[in-house]
Design a protein around this ligand. Structure first.
Ligand SMILES: Nc1ncnc2c1ncn2[C@@H]1O[C@H](COP(=O)(O)OP(=O)(O)O)[C@@H](O)[C@H]1O
Ligand SMILES: [Mg+2]
Length: 1053
């Protein structure tokens, strides 16, 4: 912050508090002058802003400057009216206190301009939402409209406010403007009918005449020349250099639109403005030998009755007559010319004054806060400044009285109250002397010895009362008052400066001599009943509304103008007292509205009466800031751990702890009885900066907590929802389960019942069971029915289906067989037939049968190299037309000595051949007819014996020879195949025999008998026994797993 302080301009001092010679008014004025010359028009006295009117445009109000003053501590930037506005705005937002900005100073010192700047600043320092934009537009547009109707050129100021204005701006809790309300005070309505030289009537008349379209003027029957109207030409100054009436006219039109004035209302409004001008031009004359006033230029009455929508006759009658009520009777009394002129002027003033109030009400309706929520207020007071003219009338008296009151308020709130506060709080303090203008306020408003009271009495008193009798009364009643002088009570030297119809008040701001002419009339503010009645019967919506019929019927005498004004001022004081004030004290540098001219005499005078020197002295001795302990603690407690979040003890002790923690220097502050006083702004700003910083931290914490809270709420809601969903879902599942179980129980029960009744004839109890059992059996059967003919398994059937099962089994088997048979080829068929025969012959009779099953029977077992030898044999056989049906290797055992020999066995259509293996030389030829028997053992061996016999007497030589050779003892590796083939080809099934007792006897040559003994044994062996017999060990044990039976002689290729 020190940095900012260093950046300040260095012309004089920015704050008079820093002035070395702070008790010397000359040093004070010199500082103002120096700064004024550099166009530095603003200077502080602590928090009070002193502004000197530059009388020319300065580039210090643009958007950039507005931005730079936003949210910056008061003393960080050069003094500016924006800084006042910002501090006030922030105090309103931050501490939630209603504010008011009091702008005071003489007429032309720059009050109205300053108030406009404040309004602009407030309007510019808010983010624009649609609603805020709307309100801002209206607030801003209310100014040109009210200025057009309430401001006028005076000799002091070309745009002098001729009414008092207090405007409340309403803000919502976010600090955005949401509405406004205007209170207006005592319009100087005498200006409507009369202007002093060099002055003008209210701006609107001139604006309308030069700005309105010819059509509008024609409609209003007006000429564009102001000088043609009596109410405009008396000041002889209709043209104004500093103002563009035409442009302002357009602005007023725009303002009316923005502020919701309807087209009808605007029409009615301008009709009234025109009416006033026409009224002023009505002239009265008298008919011969009569005093009765008669309107001489009736055309104006025509126009007025047309504009306001009333009967011309009634208007005319009201302007020329007065109804008097005497003893309950009403009488019409004609007016004299003077009276008629008075009535005319009174009507003009009355209409205009009421119109102005109507406009303010309309503006208020348009500014009203639509949301109707509680709002903070910032008041802006711009009221006519203290003024002294050459001739000062009733209006100046009121205006200056108002300024006395404001000065009183300033004293109350700054000088007096500040000093009293120090005393009250027990702070050591050297009292500062200042002039308290209470005495003047009392002179004007107290009862019964006050100017207003005397005036009212004079107005109400029966009998002839004139302005002069009033003045006499004043001199008599309050002539001794030190601030009152009249011709009769003045000392000799003063008497020369005062006329007989004048009195002088020694105001706080200077002596003002008032001329009493018109005081009583103006105070009475009389408008003849006839005229009010005529107005109440118009069709113009404004006059009709402003002159209500109720008023005519009211018997109560209305308060006098001065009393009304006094009452409204005391209300205003109450409003202002209830708010936190900020001050702008305006000073005008010269009387000529000239830029760059600094008249020290004039400025000195204003500095004096504004009490700025006293203000400065109090400031220097005092403390920049004070706050009740509770308030201070509440705002800054977050800066010290001991006081955050709450200090349990007394606030004062809490504040002491807090300031010690913040390391305030001894001289920086004082502890009063209820308040903390901080001497220097920098100390407060450092604290405030720290607070602003801390606020963000706290806000973050609050946000975090809130977000957590909100999220948790969402979570809890979700959880409840989830539980509800779960509940429903579980219920649904449970119900479904229940139904299933119930169903299952029924099924089981039915099943059990069905089972119990299963053997009964079909009935309700067993119908389903039976059906189910059947179906179930059939289904299962479909799955496990035999897939091949060899599979003899069959699903056992329940009793119910025994018969079906049998039938199905048969059908199934048949089907299997059928499809099996269909698949059998012719060769397979032969194979099968042979296998069938083999089975019949050997099954259960010979051990090796089981091993033979899996192998196919073939027609030749010869190796490839032996196949060719077959041909020579074939050639031999051809002759006898025989075919080879089967051939295989065999081992032949001699009948004598059982020597083994390798041989090949051939079977043809009719003969069995045994040939030598190596050359296929035929060794044995046995026609089948010779075969008398075929013997083999029941064991695993491959030995078989062909028993020769049956040779007929006439047998061939060869047959006989064969017979002689005796039986053939052969061994085949494929004995089942070989014997089956042999049996089938030779058709000798019946001769096949199995050895009994495992001994085969066979014939030897010459009728002897040999025998072969078979035994079971591990290794296949064939050897000669000691008794000459052949012993065969079948080798069954070692061959049990053998798939192939390769036994007998080992063959080589
Ligand atoms: N800050 C300012 N900058 C430029 N001109 C100013 C300023 N203040 C006042 N003036 C000029 O002085 C004139 C009178 O000011 P105004 O505010 O109407 O006085 P007051 O309301 O105190 O009677 C304005 O019309 C304007 O020309
Ligand atoms: Mg003004």
């Amino acid at each position: 912050m020190e940095d900012h302080l260093n950046k300040r301009d260095h012309t004089g001092v920015q704050d008079f508090v820093l002035l070395e010679d702070y008790t010397n008014p000359n040093a004070f004025i010199e500082n103002l002058r120096k700064r004024f010359q550099e166009d530095l028009i603003y200077t502080y006295i602590g928090p009070v802003l002193v502004s000197v009117n530059p009388y020319h445009e300065l580039d210090i109000y643009n958007a950039e400057v507005i931005k730079s003053y936003k949210n910056v501590n008061f003393y960080e930037l050069p003094p500016h009216v924006f800084a006042i506005a910002d501090a006030s705005y922030r105090s309103m937002r931050g501490e939630n206190r209603d504010q008011c900005i009091l702008i005071s100073g003489e007429s032309g010192a720059g009050k109205t301009e300053a108030s406009k700047k404040v309004l602009h600043y407030i309007a510019a320092s808010n983010k624009d939402t649609k609603d805020v934009e709307r309100v801002k537009d209206r607030l801003l547009e209310s100014n040109p409209l009210l200025e057009a109707f309430g401001n006028a050129k005076t000799t002091r100021n070309d745009n002098s406010s001729r009414f008092g204005k207090y405007m409340d701006i309403q803000f919502d809790y976010k600090g955005a403007p949401v509405g406004g309300h205007i209170l207006n005070y005592l319009l100087e309505k005498s200006r409507v009918i009369h202007q002093a030289r060099g002055e003008r009537n209210f701006h609107i008349f001139y604006q309308m005449l030069v700005g309105a379209s010819p059509i509008m003027l024609k409609h209003l029957k007006l000429s564009s020349e102001p000088d043609k109207y009596f109410y405009l030409n008396q000041g002889d100054s209709s043209v104004l250099q500093t103002m563009d009436d035409q442009a302002n006219w357009r602005h007023v039109q725009h303002s009316l639109d923005v502020l919701d004035f309807t087209q009808e209302e605007q029409k009615a409004l301008f009709a009234i403005v025109a009416t006033v001008l026409h009224l002023g031009n009505i002239e009265f004359g008298t008919e011969e030998s009569k005093d009765d006033a008669k309107v001489t230029n009736i055309e104006h009455c025509d126009v007025i009755s047309e504009l306001l929508g009333c009967q011309e006759d009634a208007l005319l009658a009201a302007l020329q007559n007065r109804t008097i009520e005497a003893k309950g009777e009403k009488m019409k009394s004609p007016l004299t010319v003077d009276q008629a002129l008075y009535a005319r002027d009174a009507l003009a003033k009355g209409i205009y004054d009421r119109l102005f109030t109507w406009i303010v009400h309309k503006v208020n309706a348009s500014l009203s806060n639509r949301a109707k929520m509680k709002c903070s207020l910032m008041g802006l007071l711009d009221i006519y400044g203290f003024e002294i003219f050459e001739v000062n009338c009733f209006e100046q008296f009121c205006i200056n009285y108002c300024n006395e009151k404001l000065q009183q308020l300033f004293i109350e709130l700054t000088l007096k109250s500040e000093q009293e506060e120090y005393q009250r709080e027990g702070i050591q303090w050297e009292p500062v002397q200042y002039f308290n203008n209470k005495i003047i306020c009392d002179l004007i408003e107290s009862k019964p010895l006050g100017v207003i009271c005397v005036m009212d009495e004079e107005c109400l008193r029966p009998g002839d009362t004139t302005d002069q009798t009033f003045l006499d009364k004043l001199s008599e009643m309050i002539g001794k008052h030190p601030h009152f002088i009249s011709h009769s009570v003045a000392d000799n030297s003063t008497r020369k400066t005062i006329q007989r119809d004048e009195f002088r008040l020694l105001h706080y701001a200077g002596d003002v001599t008032y001329n009493v002419k018109g005081f009583l009339d103006k105070n009475n503010d009389l408008l003849f009943r006839d005229l009010k009645e005529a107005m109440s019967e118009t069709t113009n919506l404004i006059t009709r509304e402003c002159f209500p019929k109720d008023e005519l019927n009211s018997k109560k005498r209305p308060d006098t103008a001065a009393t009304q004004f006094k009452n409204s001022l005391s209300q205003l004081m109450e409003i202002l007292m209830s708010k936190e004030p900020s001050y702008v004290r305006c000073i005008k540098p010269n009387d000529y509205k000239r830029a760059g001219q600094f008249d020290e005499r004039i400025v000195h005078h204003q500095v004096k009466y504004l009490g700025l020197m006293e203000n400065l002295r109090v400031r220097r001795a005092g403390f920049a800031y004070r706050r009740p302990y509770e308030v201070f603690l509440k705002r800054y407690k977050s800066l010290c751990p001991a006081t955050w979040p709450n200090y349990p003890g007394e606030a004062k002790v809490g504040v002491q702890t807090l300031v010690s923690y913040l390391q305030y220097e001894e001289n920086d502050y004082r502890m009063g009885k209820t308040k903390l006083f901080i001497r220097f702004p920098r100390v407060l700003f450092a604290t405030e900066d720290a607070f602003q910083h801390r606020k963000h931290e706290l806000a973050t914490q609050v946000q975090a907590k809130y977000k957590c809270y909100r999220q948790r709420k969402v979570y809890l809601r979700m959880r409840v929802s989830a539980v509800i969903v779960q509940c429903h879902w579980r219920r649904f599942l449970a119900k479904r389960l229940l139904e299933r179980r119930r169903w299952a129980a029924q099924v089981v029960r039915k099943f059990v019942k069905g089972f119990q009744y299963r053997n009964e004839p079909e009935c309700d109890e067993n119908r389903d069971f039976v059906k189910f059992t059947k179906m179930n059996y059939l289904k299962r059967l479909a799955q496990c029915a035999p897939k091949s003919v060899l599979d003899k398994s069959w699903l056992p059937a329940p009793k119910l289906l025994q018969k079906t099962s049998e039938l199905l089994k048969t059908v199934c088997m048949r089907n299997l067989v059928l499809s099996y048979v269909k698949k059998i080829s012719p060769s397979m068929k032969i194979q099968m037939e042979q296998k069938v025969v083999a089975e019949r012959l050997f099954k259960g009779k010979k051990d090796s049968y089981m091993h033979s099953i899996k192998d196919h029977f073939v027609d030749s077992r010869l190796a490839a190299h032996h196949e060719s030898h077959k041909n020579s044999l074939l050639a031999t056989l051809k002759q006898s037309h025989e075919n080879i049906k089967y051939c295989t290797y065999v081992t032949k055992y001699d009948r004598h000595g059982y020597k083994s020999r390798k041989r090949v066995l051939f079977l043809t259509d009719s003969t069995l051949f045994v040939v030598e293996e190596k050359d296929f030389k035929i060794k044995d030829r046995v026609p089948f007819s010779l075969i008398n028997g075929i013997q083999t053992s029941s064991l695993m061996d491959g030995i078989f014996v062909i028993v020769i016999g049956n040779v007929e007497e006439n047998g061939s030589k060869e047959e006989l020879k064969q017979l002689e050779r005796g039986d053939l003892i052969l061994q085949s590796d494929h004995i089942i195949e070989t014997l089956t083939k042999l049996v089938m080809i030779s058709d000798k099934e019946n001769v096949l025999k199995f050895a009994t007792n495992n001994v085969i006897n066979h014939d030897l040559a010459s009728g002897k008998q040999g025998s072969i003994e078979f035994t079971k044994g591990d290794n296949y062996t064939v050897k000669k026994g000691k008794g000459g017999q052949l012993i065969v060990v079948d080798g069954s044990r070692s061959r049990l797993d053998c798939s192939d039976l390769h036994i007998g002689a080992v063959r080589t290729s």
